[in-house]
Design a protein around this ligand. Sequence first.
Ligand code: SAM
Length: 325
Amino acid sequence: MKPDEKPNLRDQFGRTIEYLRLSVTDRCDLRCFYCIPEGFTDFQEPKNWLNFDEIELVVRAFTELGTHRVRITGGEPLVRKNLDQLAKRLASLPGLNDLSLSSNGTRLQKMATKLVDSGVSRINVSLDSLNPERYKEITKGKLSKVIDGLLAAKAAGLAPIKINTVLMKGINETEISDLIEFCMLHHFTLRFIETMPLGDTGRAATDYYFDLSQLRKKLEKEYQLIPDINTGGGPAKYWRTPDNNFSIGFITPLSQHFCETCNRVRLSVDGTLYMCLGQEHNVELRPLLRDGISLEELKIVIQDAIQLKPERHFFNENPSQLVRG
Ligand code: SAM
């Protein structure tokens, strides 16, 4: 590399990996029917969880290779003890300039200020219904906790706050305008997501598949939406109202896949680095970390791993391919 050249992780299809999704737990305090089946207990044992030192070393290696954005996720990341301490360690890594979090919101009321103080700047919160009974049917959880959490996040200054709604035919499709009004009122960005065939439960949920491309056309007319140049750097495509007060995103892995611009890889709680959400290509980092791998060696392992990143997922052609939930 030339002295003035910035490091970057490039895969064999020319895509630059600038985003790491970091799962800090596979546990969750909700049971969304399309995500984890009720009664599921086959979680990773704590001894297999990467500890904070191990996570920090992996993230440091990524940042030194040019990956400057990290999203903490799970499971539900806020069920991992002392998560704010981990966030603080990651936020202070020199190459990291965007630390975000995806949460179901149930513990945000308690954690929002701590997260901001630790260096988390923005969050995505899952919210599939504004109706307490329906919310309970979908998630087995209590809606008021999430609403309180969202208000606490807003008050703590997390911004933008993006609401992720998995839209499902016959389940929550009647709530589209309520969700839009709610997000407009609070200045939250709303993102609708298509169900994906992830694991057995996810495959069952595709019975409720809702094609978002039709909905987008309808909402474009209704709210005079115009395409938003602010892409957010991920798979969502955004539209906004002409007054710029409301932005809405559509995540359409099935109707319009976005693999050609995929810029991310995923680290699971047990230290497995997955190259694609919809495929099994992976490298296990935990044994290397527990064998005392150095930072420089780890960077080489990561660079080699990125070359395994497949060109695209096959959710449409082969929805039963992925066994991982
Ligand atoms: N607990 C965190 C949260 O709620 O954001 C992070 C993990 S959760 C698995 C991440 C997102 O994936 C949530 O918005 C959830 O609704 C979505 N999700 C889970 N299973 C899905 C599926 N089969 N299809 C589409 N989205 C799914």
